[in-house]
Design a protein around this ligand. Structure first.
Ligand code: ATP
Length: 441
């Protein structure tokens, strides 16, 4: 008891409507998942938390939402057509397929246990392609974007000319990306279709190293604000053989998932590689005219690239706790940061009669404008609390007989299970303060 495993998370996510297997009634599609009523709330809120952090709280970062399908030349220029490959091997005995860089090729096959059965590694391009229009030939190929970043690079000049930003500045984007992964496993960790939250920060060449440091510090601090435990996060610097074709330097932020330490976000120093390549392939001037000294240059880029769906898995893994409250009495509690909890406030009438349910309903409706709320009048109060603990609802309000007399209610906190009496008129302000000052236990 106690440790979080992938099985426990998958089961809770299914049971409570966070995440379902895609096309489950047909036996599922491996590597694809659907977000249920609570999952979509959680995902949207993690996205909003990032968006606020990366745009609203800065005066020099603007947003963008580019199309998933782009001109095919984009992916030639970016290097994805030539380089966006993973090495793949098959086991000749059991036909299992692996990423060659994820297993020891000298060891036995992890599935069937035979030795010396792997094929030679073959490079496999991860981009999904489709055809535009009725004719399926090479001239009609378009790709589903494997990263959102290129939408930002090709719009660099548009944004510059239309939004009065000056270097250093950033462009942020959240959106779907698609990769035909050799192996998809570990639930929503690595999927065919996922969402990325990327920000490209354009700087003067020579200032890239200090901005790289700035973004490393800023991004790790963000996870603290999101309520993720510090000891579950670490940096991993890419060695020379790990660096992507565009990168001068790269650090991953890794999280300790149930299956071990894995990448959550990449912080990449991309130099002027992308803008330079688009300048060359599109034949358009991508330089920046710096009003500070009238020089022209191709800006250098620091990229922060986080997976949204992978962040949801992180938030779920970090939140999960099984607690033994007393002999034989246990609860599962999800310690979500209140800002991202799918339900923020649940309201219960202690009993359904004597106008108590009406008052509870009225309180719940009054809180809707500011918080996501849930009304529940069924079952024993203790069970209603436990159901809310399991979906990570940070605040529960119980309306009882006394409430009708003195217009106060019980406010119960998820993590400490402490209960306090609060006047109805002060509920909104009290909850807002609790959210602002929340600290992960
Ligand atoms: P890997 O080497 O593990 O395949 P990567 O280093 O190619 O990943 P990036 O291209 O840096 O990954 O992608 C940035 C972020 O996008 C990752 O840190 C991750 O959070 C997310 N991501 C990448 N691929 C997937 C995927 N298949 N499913 C879910 N999230 C993904």
């Amino acid at each position: 008891m106690g440790t979080v495993t992938m099985e426990k998370l998958v089961s809770l996510c299914k049971r409570r409507g966070f995440v379902y297997q895609s096309s489950e009634i047909y036996g599922g599609l491996s590597g694809a998942w659907d977000y249920g009523p609570l999952g979509v709330e959680l995902k949207n809120r993690v996205r909003d938390f990032w968006w606020k952090e990366m745009t609203q709280l800065h005066d020099n970062i603007v947003g963008l939402d580019a199309a998933i399908m782009m001109h095919p030349k984009v992916w030639e220029a970016s290097g994805h057509v030539a380089n966006f490959t993973d090495p793949m091997v098959d086991c000749k005995k059991c036909n299992s397929r692996f990423r060659a860089d994820h297993i020891d090729l000298e060891a036995a096959c992890p599935v069937c246990g035979n030795k010396g059965t792997f094929t030679e590694p073959r490079e496999f391009n991860l981009m999904f392609s489709t055809n535009l229009g009725p004719v399926k030939d090479d001239s009609s190929i378009v790709y589903l974007r494997p990263e959102t970043a290129q939408g930002i690079f090709v719009n660099f000049k548009n944004v510059l000319q239309t939004s009065r930003v000056k270097i250093p500045f950033g462009i942020a984007q959240v959106g779907k990306a698609f990769r035909n992964e050799v192996t998809t496993k570990n639930f929503i960790f690595r999927t065919l279709e996922f969402e990325q939250m990327e920000m490209q920060f354009f700087v003067r060449p020579g200032e890239d190293e200090s901005w790289f440091e700035y973004w490393k510090n800023s991004r790790i601090a963000y996870y603290d604000r999101l309520g993720i435990r510090k000891d579950k996060l670490r940096f991993h610097q890419h060695g020379p053989d790990e660096l992507a074709h565009y990168a001068k330097d790269a650090f991953d932020i890794e999280f300790e998932f149930p299956m071990g330490w894995q990448e959550l976000e990449g912080i990449h120093s991309r130099t002027d590689f992308d803008l330079g390549r688009h300048q060359e392939f599109a034949g358009k001037d991508m330089q920046y005219l710096d009003p500070a000294d009238n020089t022209r240059y191709l800006p250098y880029v620091i990229e922060t690239s986080a997976g949204l769906t992978r962040s949801v898995l992180m938030v779920l893994s970090d939140a999960y706790e099984e607690q033994e409250l007393s002999e034989g009495d246990t609860r599962v509690v999800m310690h979500f940061h209140p800002s991202v909890a799918p339900v923020m406030v649940a309201v219960f009438p202690l009993v359904k009669k004597d106008g108590i349910a009406d008052l509870a309903k009225e309180i719940e409706q009054g809180l809707r404008e500011d918080f996501t709320t849930f009304y529940d009048q069924s079952g024993a109060i203790g069970r209603r609390y436990r159901r809310m603990d399991e979906i990570g609802t940070p605040f529960c309000i119980t309306v009882d007989y006394q409430s009708k007399e003195d217009q106060s209610v019980t406010l119960r906190f998820r993590d400490s299970m402490e209960q306090v009496r609060v006047p109805i008129t002060e509920l909104g302000e009290r909850i807002r303060t609790e959210i602002r000052t929340y600290e992960r236990v």
